[in-house]
Design a protein around this ligand. Structure first.
Ligand code: WTA
Length: 646
């Protein structure tokens, strides 16, 4: 039996959704999705309110997903203009820099003004509806301004995490055919500078990046950079004298809002495409109800805008709800391990949302850095990105939340646009380690490897049987890949790529990826990407990458490398290969373990048996299963003997 934390009656008394509301609304949402989602669309301001609500086929032979398809709206107007009358002077963004002495805030009126000016800037530079814009910025208000300015004129933004390398950035520029890149001179994290503009310069020397006409540079640190005329322009110079009026473009609900690149099982990262109407209905509704947001809350989600969490729960959801949002450009351990809680006290944060990996890293430092801060303002905590182990959950609950704050463990994906499985804090009894129950309109199911739905308490692969408005619509430029990746494995269902268990109370426990994606500190890394970065070195014949257990990161990266004949594995070569991965992808993809492999276990048809490599990396050599079908079973013995985790 797992621990149960019943809903706190005092919390429930003031909550948006209580137990009976959840049951009633959930039943309606799945019995009458059209009626339910028609009502929910009313939370937005539409130019033309939709009359067609849902038009979806999950048939892999004829797949389409449309929500609110005859409605028109502007996402930025929903996040800004409609708040001006009542919330014009309310703080929209509280910016907290890496340096604890740096903070500033913008009201909704000020943010609206900046967005209009930047939208006009983009227009003057020839950016039009449908054009792609790359955002490669630190966590500064200008990142939100850039995203919203794109949304205002109908340009499609693609935010690239500042930790990605010039090569990764180049790949995303090439795939999107972006016309413009917005970046900063340098980023600043944990006291260290990140050469963002220099990275952009380097990426633009790579093939297929000449679609970029303009690079806009925000002055962040004042560090020295090269400005290449006429391509490169300062943000502050361009903004001077721009009009603060910019009519929002009326967009169809199904017009693209953004693409965001994410790793999958195979190949290069794919551009997940989200559209306007359904995405914003879903992001804003989940944000309001899951975090139980009220007018006077100060909400802080620590995710970077380079990830989907930063899109839906730093920018779009909260701003559509007129909330006050903290944007933090620092890290949890700088200047010291109290930083998160110092920021909570400084800005009187009430709702706090972070990743299990951060909690585990802080837990290792003990209670003192937490306990010396007040945290009295907090009333709710959340986690996202990976399974949270009950030990970390309990520490978060007891030490950070003083046993006063419910924890919402929210399960979702870049592809889902918003949270799908989660507690509602006034309605759901909590079990540490479980993401609990589906949100409104979400129909999860657990299937076995043949796709047969399992009943009652069970475990298997997690699918969602029907669509919801926030779902991704396609892979940018490759619809077939969308169909193949998500809808072919279990026809008629959206396949999540995750494994899950359902307990006797119907609670879901996500067990992690069942495909070749590794979740490192809540960041998705495709094994294929790391392998291709390793084999890019001419001394490498072959590489296979799997996930392994890691105390802090959740999963670590374990690489098996076979060298070409005549090469031997030295410490020097190991460093060279690691540096290669860092350069091709970025620091987050660097292997934690790199084992020299004289050969890799393969089937007779030449397929690498990853299952076996995973077991070796998990230090479970007694659970390898049947290896008799391998082309050469003897390679396994030497891999087991030489394994790096014992
Ligand atoms: C994992 C992040 C367990 C899962 C929003 C999923 C989780 C992948 C949870 C998506 C959670 C996310 N419990 N696992 N609460 N949240 N995951 O696209 O494996 O960066 O498939 O989206 O993270 O990662 P992504």
């Amino acid at each position: 039996m797992s621990d149960i934390h019943p809903v706190d009656p005092a919390f429930a008394a003031r909550a948006h959704i209580r137990k009976d509301d959840y049951q009633r609304m959930y039943a309606r949402s799945v019995e009458d999705p059209e009626g339910f989602w028609k009502d929910m669309s009313g939370r937005l301001d539409w130019v033309t309110p939709p009359t067609k609500i849902k038009n979806v086929s999950y048939d892999p032979k004829d797949l389409y997903i449309k929500w609110y398809e005859d409605g028109t709206l502007n996402v930025a107007a929903n996040c800004l203009d409609r708040h001006l009358e009542k919330r014009g002077d309310k703080t929209a963004i509280i910016f907290e820099g890496d340096d604890p002495n740096e903070s500033r805030s913008l009201t909704y009126r000020e943010l609206h003004r900046e967005v209009c000016k930047f939208a006009n800037t983009l227009k003057n530079l020839g950016v039009a509806k449908g054009d792609r814009v790359i955002v490669y910025l630190p966590m500064i208000p200008e990142a939100a301004v850039a995203m919203l300015a794109c949304a205002r004129i109908g340009a499609i933004h693609s935010v690239v995490f500042g930790g990605f390398s010039p090569d990764s950035l180049a790949g995303r520029i090439a795939d999107s055919g972006a016309k413009l890149v917005i970046t900063a001179d340098e980023g600043c994290r944990g006291g260290k500078k990140i050469p963002l503009k220099a990275n952009v310069d380097e990426s633009l020397t790579r093939p297929h990046t000449n679609s970029v006409e303009t690079v806009i540079v925000v002055r962040r640190t004042g560090g020295a950079i090269n400005l290449q005329s006429p391509r490169d322009r300062w943000y502050h110079t361009l903004m001077e004298g721009q009009s603060t009026d910019c009519l929002p473009e009326a967009m169809n609900a199904e017009d693209p809002l953004f693409t965001l690149y994410t790793s999958g099982s195979t190949g290069l990262p794919k551009g997940v495409l989200h559209t306007s109407g359904g995405y914003l209905v879903y992001a804003s509704m989940t944000h309001e109800l899951i975090f139980d947001v009220r007018e006077d809350d100060v909400y802080w989600c620590t995710a970077d805008v380079g990830w989907i969490t930063g899109h839906s729960y730093v920018v779009y959801g909260p701003l559509a709800n007129g909330a006050t949002v903290v944007m933090f450009d620092g890290v949890p351990n700088y200047p010291d391990f109290s930083r998160f809680w110092q920021v909570v006290d400084k800005h009187q944060v009430t709702l706090f949302y972070t990743a299990p990996t951060a909690i585990r890293a802080l837990m290792r430092e003990g209670e003192e850095p937490v306990k010396k801060t007040s945290r009295k303002s907090l009333r709710l905590l959340g986690t996202v990105g990976e399974p949270i182990n009950p030990e970390a959950w309990n520490w978060y609950y007891r030490v950070v939340g003083d046993e006063r704050c419910p924890i919402v463990d929210t399960w979702w994906q870049t592809e889902t646009g918003g949270i799908l499985i989660t507690p509602l804090p006034g309605a759901t009894d909590l079990k540490p380690g479980s993401a609990t129950l589906p949100f409104f309109g979400i129909t999860p199911a657990i299937v076995d490897t043949d796709g047969k739905p399992q009943e009652g308490a069970c475990s298997g692969n997690l699918v969602i049987t029907d669509s919801w408005p926030g779902q991704m619509r396609t892979v940018y430029g490759d619809h077939q890949r969308f169909v193949d990746t998500y809808f072919k494995t279990y026809p008629g269902n959206y396949f999540t790529g995750d494994g899950a268990r359902r307990d006797e109370d119907g609670y879901y426990w996500i067990t992690g990826r069942v495909d070749d994606v590794i979740n490192v500190s809540g960041h998705r890394i495709g094994t294929a990407e790391v392998e291709s970065a390793l084999v890019a070195n001419h001394k490498v014949a072959e590489a296979a990458v799997v996930g392994c257990h890691h105390d802090i990161k959740g999963q670590g990266i374990y690489a098996y490398v076979t060298l070409v004949a005549g090469e031997t594995g030295s410490e020097e070569l190991r460093k060279e290969l690691i540096a290669g991965v860092r350069k091709e992808i970025g620091p987050i993809a660097v292997p934690d373990f790199l084992q020299w492999a004289p050969g890799l276990p393969k089937t007779r048809s030449g397929k690498i048996m990853r299952r076996i490599l995973r077991k070796i990396a998990e230090n479970q050599p007694d659970q390898l299963g049947d290896i008799s079908t391998l082309a050469d079973p003897s390679v396994v013995k030497s891999l087991v003997e030489e394994r790096l985790i014992k």
